[in-house]
Design a binder for this molecule. Structure first.
Ligand code: BEZ
Length: 201
């Protein structure tokens, strides 16, 4: 599958006739909602785990030095905490463009913290997309993140913002927090811009 998923996502018209649609955010959407929304509520989706397994050549890295950003991978019994936004269907054109590097819209149920649930959309980059990097030890992921920078800024900033946003919501994600711990060991902490790459292992 090519990197550019805009055309495929345009064909996903399941919610086009709705006045509003819930969008589940589990990555940068948690800490950077650069679109208008009607409501926002903490939520979770079940059967998926958040992983820094997707390459970023256009936001947090470059073609020659890709960064790593999150995608969701299916995992029995897992759940992923995030933030749900109620948006008008027109917002998806902007999101399709912002997330064009391999992410596909998927219809999913999301569960709000108050026990209610709704069907909506989540963007997922599967192992079939060309920018997919897949699993690696968390220390290696942290090293790659420490070195990468793209048009949207340092890759480490993305990780640190995500970890802080999850903490602010009272949520725990062992994978994210472990990578954050490795970054701290490299001297990269919240509020500190990555300056020097870490020494080789
Ligand atoms: C998110 O922040 O939830 C998100 C992640 C990947 C693509 C689009 C959105």
């Amino acid at each position: 599958m090519s990197h550019n998923t805009i055309a495929i996502n345009r064909r996903m018209d399941k919610f086009d006739s709705h006045d509003s649609v819930w969008l589940f955010g589990y990555g940068s959407l948690i800490f950077k909602a650069d679109f208008p929304f009607l409501d926002r509520r903490p939520a979770a989706i079940r059967g998926w785990a958040r992983r820094f397994w997707q390459g970023s050549h256009d936001h947090r890295g470059t073609e020659t030095a890709p960064g790593r950003v999150v995608t969701l991978v299916p995992e029995a019994g897992a759940h992923c905490d995030g933030m749900a936004y109620l948006v008008t269907p027109e917002e998806f054109a902007h999101l399709d463009y912002r997330e064009k590097n391999g992410y596909l819209r998927l219809a999913t149920d999301m569960h709000f913290d108050d026990g209610a649930s709704a069907e909506g959309i989540v963007y997922i980059a599967t192992h079939e997309n060309a920018a997919y990097l897949g699993p690696a030890p968390e220390r290696d992921i942290a090293r790659q993140i420490a070195l990468a920078r793209g048009p949207s800024g340092p890759n480490a900033e993305y990780l640190l913002h995500l970890a802080q946003a999850l903490r602010d919501m009272g949520k725990v994600d062992a994978h994210v927090f472990e990578i954050e711990r490795h970054l701290a060991a490299f001297g990269i902490k919240s509020g500190i811009k990555p300056a020097k790459p870490p020494a080789p292992a």
